[in-house]
Write a protein that binds this ligand. Structure first.
Ligand code: HEM
Length: 462
C-alpha cells in the first residue's frame, strides 16, 4: 500500500505515550494508512524526500510553539498570499491581516451584529422549506461565506446572486476529496513544470483558483474606483492603501498578487471550516437529542424567545459553550493539521530535522489524546464541564492549532459558531427520519474532514 515509500521509526522518545495507537490517514498520491504505534515523532521517506509527522498533545504543542514557524517545506510549493508563504512575506502579511481584521470588526460589536443579521437570513431560508427534508449544505455555506465577504469585500451577497454562486461553486469544487487530496499540490510542488502539462484533478484545482483570482481582481478594480484613503471599509481597501504607501519600494510585499491570494485565503479559510463545523454540529444535534434538549433549556433560561442570542450570553451558557467545543474536538476538521516546515536545521526530541523538511502536526492526535480526554472517541460535552456544571478549559483543545501560525480567524470562527448554532436552536427543533441511526463518521477530504452526506443517511426535517 505504500507505493515505494518507507516508514522509519525515529529514535524512541524517552516517555512514549499511548495516544499514537490512533490511525492517521494521510492522503498521499498513493493509498497510505499509518495505523500502528510508531511513537510521537516519526519520519516518512518518499524516495529521498523526508516528511516528519508529530503526534500527541505534548509533542505537537512543544513543536508548534517553539519550532515550526514555516509553511510547506520540501513537499509543497511556497506560494504568494498569507496561507502558503514564508519568511518576510508571511510575517508582514500576517501582521497586516491580523490588525486589519481586528479593525474591521473581528472581536468587535459590528461583526457580531452582521452575524446576527445573517443568522436571521439563514432562518428565513430554512423556513422556506416548510418542514420538508432538505440538505443544509448550501444554505450554511452561503450564510457563513457572507460574513467573510463582508470583512474582505465590504458587502454581503444575495443568496441567488449569480457571481456569488459561481465563487461558491469554485470553492466547493476545490474542496472535494479528489480535487484537494494532497496528491495534486504535492506532485505539483515536486514537479511543477511537468505537472503543468499532465492531465489530472490538480489542473482543475489550479484552473478554479485562477478563475477565483480573476473574480477578486474585478472586485479590486471596483474598489480602486471608489477608494477613500481616509476611510477604508474592508480588507481590500486597506491593502490598496498600503500598496499606495509602499509604491516607491521595489522590495515591497504589498503588491497585486499578494492582495488577490491573501483575499482568497481568507475567503477559503473562513468559509469551508465554519460551514462544515455547523453542518456537522446539526448532525450531532440529531444524533444526541438529549444534548440538544439541554442546550435548548439553557437557551430558554438565559436568552428566552423574544430577542436574538448575543456573545454576552455565552458566559452564562456553560453547557452550550461546552457542547460547541466538544463538537469541534470530536469532528476534528483538520485532522493532520496544515503542513509546516522548519526554517533551519532543528533539534527536536533527540534528533535533527533538516532545514526545509515538511512537518505535519497531527491535530487529530491532540484532540483525541487519551492522556488529555477520557474516552476521546466518544462525543461527550463533559470533557469541558466541571463537577458543578461550569465551563472547564482543556489545554489540548487545539482545533485552531497553536504557535506563530495558529489560525488568525479563531475569534471570528468562535463567534460565528456560537451565534449560528444558538439562533438555529432557539427557533427550530431538528428531526430526521434516520435520527439515532445517523452515521456521524466523517469523510476525509484532502487536508480536512467533512461530515457524511446528510441526505445519504436521512435528511433534516425542520
Ligand atoms: C472552525 C473554523 C476554523 C478552524 C477549525 C480553523 C483552523 C485552522 C488551522 C488548523 C490552521 C493551520 C494553523 C497552522 O498552520 O498550524 C488555520 C490557519 C489559517 N486560518 Fe483558520 N480555521 C477556522 C476559521 C478561519 C477563519 C474564519 C479565517 C479567516 C477569517 C481563517 C483564516 C486562516 C488563515 C489565513 C490561516 C493561515 C495562517 C498562517 O499561515 O499564518 N480561519 N486555521
Amino acid at each position: 500500500a505504500w507505493g515505494g515509500a518507507k516508514l522509519l521509526r525515529t529514535p524512541p522518545h524517552p516517555t512514549p505515550t499511548p495516544h499514537t495507537h490512533r490511525s492517521i490517514p494521510l492522503l498521499f498520491p498513493f493509498p497510505a494508512q499509518i495505523s500502528k504505534t510508531y511513537g510521537p515523532v516519526f519520519t516518512i521517506y518518499l524516495g529521498s524526500l523526508r516528511v516528519v509527522v508529530l503526534c500527541g498533545y505534548e509533542t505537537v504543542k512543544a513543536a508548534l510553539v517553539d519550532q515550526l514557524p514555516g509553511r510547506g517545506g520540501s513537499l509543497f510549493p511556497v506560494y504568494p498570499g498569507l496561507f502558503f508563504s514564508n519568511g518576510e512575506t508571511w510575517s508582514q502579511l500576517r501582521r497586516f491581516s491580523l490588525s486589519t481584521l481586528r479593525n474591521f470588526g473581528m472581536g468587535k460589536r459590528s461583526i457580531e451584529e452582521r452575524i446576527q443579521e445573517e443568522a436571521q437570513c439563514l432562518l428565513e431560508e430554512f423556513r422556506k422549506t416548510k418542514g420538508s427534508p432538505f440538505d443544509p449544505t448550501f444554505f450554511l455555506r452561503r450564510s457563513v461565506s457572507n460574513i467573510v465577504c463582508f470583512v474582505v469585500f465590504g458587502e454581503r451577497f444575495d443568496y441567488d446572486d449569480a457571481e456569488f454562486q459561481t465563487l461558491l461553486r469554485l470553492l466547493n469544487e476545490n474542496s472535494t476529496p479528489t480535487a484537494c487530496s494532497l496528491s495534486g499540490p504535492q506532485l505539483y510542488g515536486l514537479f511543477p513544470h511537468l505537472m503543468k502539462h499532465l492531465p489530472g484533478p490538480h489542473n482543475k484545482l489550479f484552473e478554479n483558483f485562477e478563475e477565483q483570482k480573476r473574480y477578486v481582481a474585478e472586485m479590486v478594480q471596483k474598489h480602486e474606483a471608489t477608494l477613500e484613503p481616509a476611510s477604508p471599509k474592508d480588507y481590500i481597501d486597506a491593502f490598496l492603501i498600503r500598496m499606495q504607501q509602499e509604491k516607491g519600494n521595489p522590495r515591497t510585499i504589498f503588491h497585486q498578487e499578494n492582495l488577490l491570494v491573501s483575499a482568497l485565503d481568507l475567503f477559503f479559510a473562513g468559509t469551508e471550516t465554519i460551514s462544515n463545523s455547523l453542518k456537522y454540529g446539526l448532525l450531532i444535534f440529531l444524533k444526541y437529542p438529549c444534548v440538544t434538549r439541554t442546550m435548548q433549556e439553557e437557551l430558554d433560561r438565559v436568552v428566552g424567545r423574544d430577542r436574538v442570542p448575543s456573545m454576552e450570553d455565552r458566559m452564562r451558557m456553560p453547557y452550550t459553550d461546552a457542547v460547541i467545543q466538544e463538537i469541534q474536538r470530536f469532528i476534528d476538521i483538520t485532522p493532520v493539521g496544515v503542513p509546516h516546515s522548519v526554517t533551519q536545521d532543528t533539534h527536536f526530541r533527540g534528533f535533527t530535522i533538516p532545514k526545509g523538511t515538511t512537518v505535519f502536526p497531527v491535530l487529530g492526535s491532540v484532540l483525541h489524546d487519551p492522556t488529555q480526554f477520557q474516552e476521546p472517541e466518544n462525543f461527550d460535552p463533559g470533557n469541558f464541564l466541571d463537577e458543578s456544571g461550569g465551563f472547564k478549559k482543556n489545554v489540548a483543545f487545539m482545533p485552531f492549532s497553536a504557535g506563530k501560525r495558529a489560525c488568525p480567524g479563531e475569534g471570528l470562527a468562535r463567534m460565528e459558531l456560537f451565534l449560528f448554532f444558538t439562533t438555529l436552536l432557539q427557533t427550530f427543533t431538528l428531526s430526521s427520519p434516520a435520527n439515532q441511526e445517523l452515521d456521524v463518521t466523517p469523510e476525509y477530504s484532502g487536508f480536512g474532514k467533512v461530515p457524511p452526506l446528510l441526505l445519504g443517511s436521512g435528511s433534516i426535517l425542520i
